[in-house]
Write a protein that binds this ligand. Structure first.
Ligand code: GDP
Length: 458
């Protein structure tokens, strides 16, 4: 069953330069032999050397469908470890479907979503955390997220988790054998020793968990709220960042009433931007709703961008906002730097210890400095993109928390002088939770859940 031959369109189902049809399984070579003809009609793909590329045509019966390049990769050096053929055809949706149809008619069946990767996993080519990273690679929203997914593909998570598991297993085995053979193996002083080891592993797991917030930021973007008094230039700034006239810009104070959401990419980092109504106190009901929403959003945000109109003097509203952002992650923009200035960076610095940047939404100046500052704020020193381990996957995070919880129970048992067999139950739970991350005791339903998240043809 497992080696029946599967096929799918591996590229997007939208018109593009080339489309790739992927075939994998025992019959991949005979399928391609049936539908491929070289220019002189003398070549048989299955007889060619592995890892070669062949120019020719795909036929459905007698009908020539497309001019193609065929990539031949024989087992075992392939992604699925099975014989694999990729047909690079023209990228029209109709053509890709026709080629796939020909492939199906000649002995392959349509692949389930994620089935290629599932085979790679089942055939030992990748472990489960690597398989999940493939989903992340496919779904990555920006370069940094891609890099972190790739580092997981390199097995960084696997390495740390294996190490912790080995240590746990060692201790479990020791306790079990000591309980079996108390005459020869003494548990005197062992609880203290185990306490130190578990402490260590606990911290280690905690460290992995802590990277998950950075991981979220890399993957999903920084939730950013723009606040400032009406007319400060929030909408204009949003427009500059987004690069369209998405928000309505007016010079009547207080006209941006709705909370607008927009995702932008500056310098490789994704910001999820929320523009808001100004946050001055007002009797206007509609605007009040906007203000309330702004505060709500700002409270839960990763980053606040506070826009000040530098062409008018600061007033009480500004002082309120400055107070509000004091303990939050915030950048202050002195907007309208193209006009005569009534507020300087020093004026603000005296009130609050935040980075202050001069910008002009009108002239699109100061934006690079803003993106550099954001990068520094979120990624300075603590995070490097290439070799840190990011736990970006919600399932991983849950299992790590479970493992941590189990280790906490072990510590409690030790502290409460409980019998040793209590330790090994919880050590085993931690061991199993960690194992689930890398798929070492994986159950079928879990696997199906993971692989069904894949796109077709991956
Ligand atoms: P919001 O109420 O904070 O969203 O402010 P808007 O973006 O609607 O801008 C209010 C007014 O200020 C509009 O007339 C904008 O054209 C103007 N404005 C915004 N940014 C700048 C700037 O950098 N320089 C100048 N001179 N005018 C700006």
């Amino acid at each position: 069953m497992q080696n029946d031959t599967i096929a799918a369109i591996a590229t997007a189902m939208s018109p593009s330069g080339i489309g790739i049809i992927r075939i994998s399984g025992d019959d991949a070579l005979s399928v391609i032999d049936r539908i491929y003809k070289s220019k002189n009609n003398k070549k048989k793909i299955s007889a060619c050397q592995s890892h070669t590329i062949h120019y020719g045509f795909i036929y459905d019966g007698d009908e020539k469908i497309d001019e193609v390049m065929v990539l031949l990769m024989k087992a075992p050096n392939t992604y699925t470890r099975e014989d694999t053929v990729e047909i690079d055809c023209h990228g029209g949706v109709y053509v890709m479907k026709r080629v796939l149809e020909a492939v199906i008619k000649n002995g392959a069946r349509p692949a389930e979503p994620g089935e290629f990767t599932k085979r790679a996993f089942l055939n030992g080519r990748i472990d489960l955390s690597q398989a999940e990273s493939v989903i992340d690679v496919i779904n990555s929203k920006n370069d940094f997220a891609l890099k972190s997914s790739l580092s997981q593909l390199g097995g960084a998570v696997l390495g740390s988790i294996r190490q912790i598991r080995e240590q746990l297993l060692h201790e479990i085995a020791f306790i079990e054998s000591a309980l079996d053979d108390p005459e020869h193996i003494s548990l005197d002083g062992y609880p203290q020793k185990l306490r130190a080891i578990v402490d260590n592993e606990y911290m280690e797991i905690d460290g992995l968990l802590k990277t998950s917030d950075n991981g979220r930021i890399l993957k999903e973007g920084i939730n950013t709220v723009i606040i400032g008094k009406p007319n400060a230039g929030k909408s204009s700034l949003l427009n500059v960042l987004v690069g369209t006239d998405r928000a309505i810009v007016t010079d009547i104070a207080g006209t941006t009433r709705d909370v607008l959401e927009e995702q932008i990419n500056i310098g490789g980092i994704t910001l999820n931007l929320v523009d808001t109504a100004g946050i001055r106190s007002t009797e206007d009901v509609v605007e009040k709703i906007g203000v309330k929403k702004a505060m709500e959003h700002a409270n839960g945000a990763d980053l606040i961008i506070y826009v000040v109109d530098s062409s008018v003097a600061l007033d009480d509203n500004d002082y309120d906002i400055i107070n509000f952002i004091k303990d939050k992650k915030a950048v202050i923009l002195l907007n309208k730097s193209d006009l005569a200035s009534k507020v300087s960076a020093d004026d603000i610095k005296k009130l609050v210890d935040k980075t202050v940047i001069s910008v002009s939404a009108k002239e699109s100046s100061g934006i690079d400095e803003l993106s550099d500052t954001i990068k520094e704020m979120f990624f300075d020193g603590e995070v490097s993109f290439n070799d840190e381990i990011y736990i970006t996957n919600i399932r991983h995070k849950k299992l790590l928390s479970d493992a941590k919880e189990s280790l906490k129970l072990v510590m409690n048992s030790i502290d409460d002088d409980m019998p040793e067999d209590f330790y090994s139950i919880d050590l085993m739970s931690a061991y199993e939770s960690l194992g689930l991350i890398i798929g070492e005791s994986v159950e079928d339903d879990l696997m199906d859940e993971i692989f069904s998240k894949f796109c077709m043809g991956k």
